[in-house]
Write a protein that binds this ligand. Structure first.
Ligand code: MN
Length: 128
């Protein structure tokens, strides 16, 4: 069974690009288009990894991420924050909150792939 990645991202172009790369890595991609739906989907599906945009309608990535980290059902799922909101201190804030990693948009596909692989559980690492 393919490892499952939940992509929480409101921008359709970014979803398309990220999904393409994730599928190339042999992953099954599910997605949500805002933080609120993303939290609900994470709780229901319990994916192996979550990619979380910060700037989103309904509920932003920080709030959604906080809920996921605080919920025993989802707390052990690694969350990689993906954001173009490159404010000074943004990365430090994300890491301090307990997220597993941080990717800046626009992302380099190789960096993106490497970080995703790093945070997949060992059993879920696709063969190279
Ligand atoms: Mn966004």
């Amino acid at each position: 069974m393919k490892p499952r990645v939940l992509l929480i991202e409101d921008n359709a172009n970014n979803r398309y690009l990220a999904s393409f790369i994730l599928e190339q890595l042999g992953l099954h991609v599910i997605h949500a288009e805002n933080g609120r739906d993303g939290v609900a989907m994470a709780r229901a599906e319990r994916p192996d990894l979550i990619l979380l945009d910060i700037q989103m309608p309904e509920m932003d990535g920080y709030e959604a991420g906080r809920l996921l980290l605080d919920d025993p059902v989802t707390a052990s799922i690694p969350i990689i924050v993906v954001t173009s909101f490159a404010m000074p201190g943004d990365k430090a804030k994300a890491m301090a909150m307990g997220f597993a990693d941080y990717i800046e948009k626009p992302f380099d596909p190789e960096v993106f792939s490497a970080k995703v692989r790093t945070h997949l559980p060992p059993s879920g690492t696709p063969p190279t």
